[in-house]
Write a protein that binds this ligand. Structure first.
Ligand SMILES: [Zn+2]
Length: 277
């Protein structure tokens, strides 16, 4: 019984103490408030509004970098556009006694690798984005990287067996709205080398024509130090990836300006430089 009375008294004492402390703090607060109080007459004209009214609309912000790209109305070209267009659903076909099958598609193999990373020659990506910007029209990549199996599926000819598509150094494409005027596309490619960074680089700025008649095009290709441009007319260069009736342009990389080396097809690079999943 004594213990219960002791606890009850302690509890009451705690409540009294805490309430006293609260009222002390309150008094102190009131003192500070009165000491700092300033009283001033406020005058205003009848035309002054007591409350300022702000627009409820959120102000316009400068565009983010990707929004500026969107303004061009076409997506920015990346190496993703170059992935192999093979597909295991594509029907097999007979070539002499051999049945030709397509690859399993880009979900089952990578792009070519360089330093353990997926790689497409950067100048191809830069050129295609330059075309989109210069011509203000979207580019369609019909053929970027081709794994060796898809390359053979597209075209079994000996000529195609050393295609630079297999090493990420060639691209076939169309520019929407320019399908019937590919010469304007070629002019736009050349304009890429008129940019400031190529000033004084004569080998990049001047293009020559390839005159030997040993290729699969009738129009003499154009080339400079870095790239080789082929124009396929409507009846030329048809294969599984370019199975349409329009002229198209192909760009090959001749020279890697980063490593200062010629770019040529090698069997090892084509067959052993990409991952299978
Ligand atoms: Zn493939």
């Amino acid at each position: 019984m004594k213990i219960r009375i002791f606890f009850s008294l302690t509890f009451v004492a705690l409540i009294l103490l805490s309430s006293c402390r609260g009222s002390l703090e309150e008094t102190e607060y009131q003192k500070i408030r009165s000491a700092n109080r300033m009283e001033k007459n406020v005058s205003r004209k009848s035309s002054n509004h007591l409350i300022a009214f702000f627009s409820e609309e959120i102000p316009q912000k400068d565009a983010y970098p990707w929004q500026k790209i969107d303004e061009l109305k076409h997506p920015f070209i990346t190496k993703e556009f170059f992935r192999c267009k093979g597909d295991k659903e594509h029907p097999s076909y007979l070539k002499a006694d051999e049945r030709i099958f397509d690859c399993n598609g880009f979900e089952r193999h990578s792009l070519p690798l360089k330093d353990d990373k997926e790689f497409v020659y950067p100048v191809l990506i830069s050129l295609l984005n330059h075309l989109q910007k210069t011509l203000n029209a979207p580019v369609t990549v019909t053929c970027g990287h081709r794994c060796p199996q898809h390359n053979r599926y597209c075209d079994t000819s000996v000529f195609n067996s050393t295609s630079k598509h297999m090493i990420g150094a060639e691209v076939d494409f169309l520019v929407q709205g320019y399908e019937k005027k590919p010469e304007e596309v070629i002019d736009a490619i050349m304009s890429f080398y008129k940019q400031k960074e190529y000033e004084g680089k004569e080998k990049y700025q001047s293009f020559q024509r390839y005159q030997k008649n040993d290729l699969n095009v009738s129009t003499p290709p154009w080339y400079n130090q870095e790239v080789f441009i082929k124009l396929y007319l409507a009846h030329e260069g048809r294969d599984y990836d370019n199975n349409h009736t329009l002229p198209y342009v192909s760009i090959q990389v001749r020279y890697d300006s980063q490593s200062n080396q010629r770019v040529t097809y090698t069997w090892q690079q084509a067959f052993y430089s990409y991952l299978r999943y």
